[in-house]
Design a protein around this ligand. Structure first.
Ligand code: CP
Ligand code: NVA
Length: 306
C-alpha cells in the first residue's frame, strides 16, 4: 500500500508499524532535538481545498524535520476538477514531487489522486474521513494508558469524518468504540455496513444517551457539530445537538480516570465546555502535537521506506 487514504486499508501490523516509527521519531526529536534526514531532498506537495492550522503546520514542519520540504498549494489556485481534471493534476505533481498530501471536500478526489499518482498520496481530511487525525489520537491514547487493547472510546456528537476514521482505527487496534449521536447524526446504514465489512473485528456500539456512552469510557472524544462545508446548517445543528456537550456534568458519569480528546478547532460552549478543554483530563494539545509525530511516521514509511 503506497497511499494513506483510509485507516481500514491497512492491517493491524501495518498500523502498528506506522505508530512505532512515529514513536521512535518523536523520542529521537525530544532527546536530540533533531531527526535523521530520511526525506533529504524530497518534496511534499500539500493541496488544501479547506482551511487548516494543524494539518498544514504539522506536515510542513514534519517533512522539514525529516530533511525534506513542503509546498503549499491552494485548491482554488490549481482549479482541479475545473481548470484540469484531478487525474492530470495527479500525474503532473507526481512527476515532480515525492509525495502529495491533500485536504478535499469530496473523498472521491483523494481516491482519484491516489489512482493516478505514482508517488504516495496522504489524505489530510475529506468530508468522509480524517485518517491522520485518528492516528494522532490513537498515539495519544497509547501514550496515556501504555496500551490500547481492551480500552473503550466514547465519541459524543456528530458521526462525521473524524468519528469514522476513529472507529476503524479502534477496531484494528482492539479498542471498543461507542458512538453517541442525536437521531440522524449516527453513521449512515451504508457507512456502518461498509465499515463492519472492512473492519469486522470492531466492537462497535451506538448509544442515544451520552451519559450511558461515557459510563465505561477510558477516552471521551468529541468534535465540532458543524464541519467545514456545513456552515449554512449551523443554527439548526446547534439546536439538534443540544444535550451532547462534553462538559463536567457529562463527565461526572464517566470513570474518574477518563481523558478527553478533541481534534480541534474546538467551539467552546457548543460541543465542549471551556472547563473541560482546560481541565487536567483534557489531552487536546498533546493530541494536536501528535499530528506532527504520527504523520512523520506515515511519511517516513511511505516516502522514506522505513
Ligand atoms: N484537526 C485538524 O485537522 O485541524 P486543522 O483543520 O486545523 O488542520
Ligand atoms: N469534522 C471537522 C474536523 C476538523 C479538523 C471538519 O471536517 O470540519
Amino acid at each position: 500500500m503506497n497511499h494513506f487514504i483510509a485507516v481500514s486499508d491497512f492491517t493491524t501490523d501495518q498500523l502498528r508499524h506506522f505508530l512505532d516509527v512515529a514513536k521512535r521519531l518523536k523520542k529521537q526529536l525530544k532527546e536530540t532535538g533533531r531527526n535523521d534526514p530520511i526525506l533529504a531532498g524530497k518534496v511534499l506537495a500539500m493541496i488544501f481545498e479547506k482551511p487548516s492550522l494543524r494539518t498544514r503546520v504539522s506536515f510542513d514542519v514534519g517533512v522539514a524535520q525529516l530533511g525534506g520540504s513542503g509546498m503549499y498549494i491552494k485548491g482554488e489556485e490549481i482549479g482541479w476538477g475545473k481548470r484540469e481534471p484531478v487525474k492530470d493534476v495527479a500525474r503532473v505533481i507526481a512527476s515532480m514531487a515525492d509525495g502529495i498530501m491533500a485536504r478535499t471536500f469530496e473523498h472521491e478526489k483523494v481516491v482519484e489522486l491516489a489512482k493516478y499518482s505514482k508517488v504516495p498520496v496522504i489524505n489530510g481530511l475529506t468530508d468522509f474521513n480524517h485518517p491522520c487525525q485518528a492516528m494522532a489520537d490513537i498515539l495519544t491514547v497509547e501514550e496515556k494508558f501504555g496500551k490500547l487493547s481492551g480500552l473503550t472510546m466514547a465519541f459524543i456528537g456528530d458521526g462525521n469524518n473524524v468519528a469514522r476514521s476513529l472507529a476503524s482505527t479502534c477496531g484494528r487496534l482492539g479498542v471498543r468504540f461507542i458512538l453517541a449521536s442525536p437521531a440522524g447524526f449516527e453513521f449512515s446504514r451504508d457507512d456502518a455496513d461498509q465499515m463492519m465489512a472492512k473492519v469486522p473485528e470492531l466492537d462497535f456500539v451506538t448509544e442515544s444517551d451520552p451519559r450511558e456512552a461515557v459510563r465505561e469510557a477510558d477516552v471521551v472524544v468529541t468534535d465540532t457539530w458543524v464541519s467545514m462545508g456545513q456552515e449554512a446548517e449551523k443554527e439548526q445543528r446547534i439546536k439538534q445537538f443540544a444535550g451532547f456537550q462534553v462538559d463536567d456534568k457529562l463527565l461526572a458519569h464517566a470513570p474518574k480516570h477518563a481523558v478527553v480528546l478533541h481534534c480541534l478547532p474546538a467551539y467552546r460552549g457548543l460541543e465542549i465546555s471551556d472547563e473541560v478543554m482546560e481541565s487536567p483530563r483534557s489531552l487536546v494539545f498533546q493530541e494536536a502535537e501528535n499530528r506532527l509525530h504520527a504523520q512523520k511516521g506515515i511519511m517516513a514509511v511511505l516516502m522514506g521506506g522505513m
